[in-house]
Design a protein around this ligand. Structure first.
Ligand code: SAM
Length: 357
């Protein structure tokens, strides 16, 4: 069954918001940075509960054998098998997307003045169109749903509805359907719950504030016309724990994709790239193999003036991207009070945020 497309909230006019001026690029941190979580423990627990309810079937039995099978396929880089059946997809999302959703919600909110500026709303639709490349496993979706209410209630940030488009090579339809359903409906309470608990019971996000869809594509081999339709009016694009996988598949195709992305996105669009710190990719230049850090390849493609063939252009060509935040090693640590049916892990990530000029 396809995921439902919740209705858009219409004519949801807010008073003109005051927006903090974007600051210059924050300097890259050289040492590991651990900051206090930016969102409340209650909200973090709500986010985890979405995964607990969505994958209750997986938690009803021993999840370890399936996890082990998936790990083996991932280790062998056999992604087609690892992401090839719903049992695996649900298990993957239950185990990995849950903690990532917490880390991403923390990031989306911590970087809010950079990530949600006024220009990040499409003038015509009044919505934010957020394209999550490699986002089928749902961590980005639940994290975005988790901060939407905070955005709406923050007078410094412009309020809008959210259209989340997950683009993925694997068919995550069922996972996104379950996560969307549980994010947009209030949890079922025990009939013995107190009147106060029943009165406070609400979904993570109102259905009218979120539209979700999945587009199944191999983004390295998608034609320009499809890419233009998919990304044309995007206000945000995310590449979370996906870029290094793309570079490992093909550095030239990934560079070509990033250049296409650059030419399709409009001024003001935000690009967020998150991956494991210290990710490297191997490139062959003049017959010799050399390893480059992921962020070096990314900056080289986005910030230096290269054409579609990777050739450097004249220096007087106008810059296409501004790097507005950069952190080589950011930690998200789980609060021990959080409750979840299986053990989750803290996460460490490198973070790069760009704005299209
Ligand atoms: C490591 S997972 C990350 C999932 C999610 N973004 C997160 O942060 O939890 C990488 C995702 O990228 C997808 N992917 C890999 N190569 C892709 C490609 N060429 N086109 C589209 N999606 C791709 C995979 O199917 C998988 O869902």
């Amino acid at each position: 069954m396809p995921p439902p497309r919740p209705r858009w909230e219409t004519n949801k006019k807010q008073p003109p918001p005051k927006v903090q001026k974007l600051q210059k690029t924050q300097k890259a941190k050289t040492s590991d940075e651990v900051s206090a979580p930016s969102i409340s423990l209650e909200r973090q627990q709500l986010i985890l509960d979405i995964f607990k309810y969505s994958f209750a079937k997986r938690f009803a039995e021993d999840i370890k054998p399936l996890l082990q099978e998936i790990k083996t396929h991932l280790y062998n880089r056999d992604f087609a098998t690892a992401f090839g059946k719903n049992e695996y997809l649900e298990t993957y999302a239950a185990r990995w997307s849950a903690s990532r959703a917490l880390g991403y919600a923390d990031l989306f909110w911590d970087l809010r003045t950079h990530f949600w500026p006024v220009k990040s709303i499409d003038e015509e639709s009044g919505a934010r169109k957020i394209v999550c490349l490699g986002g089928g496993a749902g961590a980005e979706l639940v994290a975005l749903a988790g901060v939407q209410d905070l955005i709406i209630h923050d007078e410094m940030l412009p309020s809008s509805t959210m259209e989340v488009i997950a683009v993925d090579i694997a068919d995550w339809t069922l996972v996104l359907y379950e996560l969307t359903k549980h994010a947009t409906t209030a949890p079922t309470l025990s009939k013995y719950a107190s009147a106060a608990i029943q009165a406070a019971n609400a979904p993570l996000i109102a259905a009218g504030n979120l539209a979700v869809s999945l587009q199944k594509h191999d983004i390295l081999n998608t034609d320009s016309a499809t890419l233009t339709t998919m990304l044309g009016d995007a206000t945000h694009v995310t590449l979370m724990f996906t870029l290094n996988e793309l570079y490992s598949t093909s550095v030239p195709l990934t560079q070509k994709f990033l250049l296409n992305l650059t030419s399709i996105l409009s001024a003001g669009a935000i690009l967020l790239v998150v991956d494991s710190p210290g990710s490297y990719s191997t490139i062959t230049l003049n017959g010799a193999e050399k390893k480059y850090p992921m962020q070096w390849l990314l900056d080289h493609t986005l910030l230096s003036q290269v054409d579609g063939k990777g050739t450097k252009k004249e220096m007087n060509v106008k810059a296409k991207w501004d790097k507005i935040y950069d952190n080589e090693s950011r930690w998200f640590r789980l609060n021990p009070e959080l409750r979840y049916p299986i053990e989750l892990e803290n996460m460490r990530m490198q973070v790069h945020l760009y704005r299209r000029l």
